[in-house]
Design a protein around this ligand. Structure first.
Ligand code: DO4
Ligand code: MG
Length: 297
């Protein structure tokens, strides 16, 4: 079962539905994903497996949108794989110890990543900052967590980051990671009850440039240093997420320097059993007017 947020090509209204190879069927009576994440896991499962569906529409008549809405925030964990720790120690000579310390610390690194309107959906354009010189995609398994702190689903996150800005000083992390186009999410949400072992999922990333493969790599969630419920418990501790929350669990792949993303690149991230998220890259933010979801989704 793939839970999608989508729009009919002839309408501006976002809808929630179920997607398969034959098309998309609307979940009748569900106005937003956020509404689903306000239910306990057991109720959600009943609602989705027994819920009433609208007529199936062919895939060619819909655009998939980023699977996040309402006031559901996107958060992310950092330095949860050795690969990420090593890449960050290397790029930030003067502050290398903060990454070594957090990798082993009891409290994980968690940071705010995005509000829903800034999130880029399937086939939308990711952004790299015009004032950054080294930028990378970060392929990550993202958890969908309901308001009660239960993991109810999984999706794919691209935690796009400026290595040059973060490498200069870790206190620049928000500038390196939070800007329009820095968060890709999708293409859909797989319910938690359909993923047998989230600690054994292959993660693959390819980056194509001008028709050539520029970089590719693969890893596995088996290398994750922390437990998923441990990350969620720190996120929920002392905080509230009434519309649930998306928690990206950290990167296991970092293209090594001097690699940097370039305008026009295509980034594809596949997570076994979860889905494939494909996006293109645009350098610089669209200034002047508030971009509409259609520009980025
Ligand atoms: O410590 C900075 C962020 C790390 C991160 O985003 C990751 O490990 O995925
Ligand atoms: Mg990351």
């Amino acid at each position: 079962m793939n839970i999608v947020r989508y729009r009919m090509r002839d309408s501006a209204e976002p809808r929630v539905g179920l997607y398969d190879d034959d098309g998309v069927a609307e979940l009748t009576g569900v106005r937003s994903l956020a509404e689903l994440w306000a239910s306990p896991l057991a109720d959600l499962r009943e609602r989705l497996t027994g819920g009433s569906l609208g007529a199936r529409v062919p895939l060619g008549e819909v655009d998939l949108l980023a699977p996040v809405d309402g006031t559901t925030e996107v958060w992310a964990a950092g330095v949860t794989y050795e690969t990420s720790r090593e890449a960050r120690v290397e790029e930030s000579e003067r502050a290398a110890t903060v990454y070594e310390l957090v990798y082993d610390a009891e409290r994980p690194e968690l940071f705010f990543k995005s509000v829903p309107w800034r999130v880029v959906g399937p086939d939308g354009s990711l952004g790299v900052r015009a004032d950054s010189v080294v930028d990378v995609p970060e392929p990550e398994l993202a958890l969908v967590v309901n308001r009660f702190g239960e993991i109810v689903g999984y999706t794919v996150c691209n935690d796009v980051s400026s290595r040059s800005i973060e490498g200069e000083n870790p206190l620049y992390l928000p500038q390196a990671k939070i800007y329009f186009g820095a968060c890709g999410l999708g293409p859909w949400i797989r319910p938690a009850w359909e993923i047998e072992d989230p600690y054994d999922l292959k993660i693959e990333m390819t980056i194509d440039r001008e028709g050539r493969r520029e970089w590719s790599g693969e890893a596995s969630t088996a290398r994750l240093r922390r437990r998923l419920d441990e990350l969620v418990s720190y996120l929920m501790r002392g905080d509230v997420h009434p519309d649930g929350v998306i928690l990206s669990t950290g990167t296991c792949l970092v293209p090594p320097a001097p690699f940097t993303l370039t305008d026009g690149d295509t980034v594809e991230i596949g997570i076994e059993g979860v889905g494939v998220l494909r996006n293109t890259v645009v350098r610089g933010a669209p200034h002047g007017e508030k971009p509409s979801e259609g520009d980025r989704s």
